[in-house]
Design a protein around this ligand. Structure first.
Ligand SMILES: Nc1nc2c(c(=O)[nH]1)N(C=O)[C@@H](CNc1ccc(C(=O)N[C@@H](CCC(=O)O)C(=O)O)cc1)CN2
Ligand SMILES: Nc1ncnc2c1ncn2[C@@H]1O[C@H](COP(=O)(O)OP(=O)(O)OP(=O)(O)O)[C@@H](O)[C@H]1O
Length: 189
């Protein structure tokens, strides 16, 4: 299927989820994340969900990371193409931007090259690990600034599509995708 049709399909599917489905499925995803071979790493980047878009609630994963004393880094929109990244601390204050994304007001910025693991929001992914987001290319650009062996983990309420037909050269595939019922591994080495 084409990206534009997948965006419509999965936006609709997401908006049909109840808040209790979102919380129980988000907990199932957090539990499966615990099984991934990522826990020797230090710098973990994760998104804060847009509630109005029924994104995965990442609170459980964030609690696990903080409980393990990991460095937790969250994104903030810097411009129409670029994100910046802030360390989450006890003092981090959030504000909700015009797209309903909770973002840190200020704090310590972290360069993408420092990150070991990135949890990635997505609308859909396919059996090869290709993913699509809201179509602004923020994550594709961000991931291209990360180190080559950064571990890229998609989080999704829904299972893989067979194939995203219009993948392009700037699309960076996932290493794993965790859903409430399954963990997909796309790592080749
Ligand atoms: N929770 C979360 N944080 C994130 C992302 C994300 O997908 N989820 N991003 C991932 O890239 C970046 C922000 N990207 C976004 C891009 C578009 C829209 C959005 O709501 N677009 C509307 C059109 C809004 C408008 O143009 O006014 C839409 O698609 O309907 C949201 C986030 C960084 N932070
Ligand atoms: N590394 C990059 N450098 C410059 N432009 C890029 C890069 N990656 C993606 N883009 C551009 O961003 C636009 C959106 O890309 P795409 O449709 O793949 O978005 P997406 O993956 O759904 O969004 P996101 O990455 O924000 O989740 C495209 O026009 C694409 O060419």
């Amino acid at each position: 299927m084409l990206k534009k049709d997948l965006r419509i399909k999965y936006s609709k599917l997401r908006s049909s989820l109840t808040s209790s489905q979102i919380s129980s499925q988000s907990i199932a995803i957090a539990n499966s994340v615990l099984q991934l071979p990522i826990w020797s790493n230090s710098y973990f980047h994760i998104f804060i969900p847009i509630e109005q878009k029924a994104e995965i609630n990442t609170e459980g994963i964030i609690s696990i990371l903080l409980g393990l004393d990991k460095n937790v880094i969250v994104p903030k929109i810097k411009s129409s193409t670029e994100l910046e990244h802030y360390l989450l601390t006890d003092n981090t204050k959030f504000t909700t931007n015009s797209l309903n994304i909770p973002e840190p007001i200020d704090g310590i910025t972290i360069e993408p090259k420092k990150l070991d693991v990135v949890f990635i929001p997505l609308l859909a992914f396919d059996e090869l690990g290709n993913r699509i987001g809201y179509g602004k290319g923020y994550y594709d650009r961000f991931l291209s600034d990360c180190k080559e062996d950064v571990i890229k983990i998609g989080l999704s309420f829904f299972e893989a599509e067979h194939c995203i037909d219009d993948v392009d050269a700037t699309d960076i595939p996932l290493d794993y995708c965790v859903t409430p019922i399954k963990t997909y591994s796309f790592k080749t080495s």
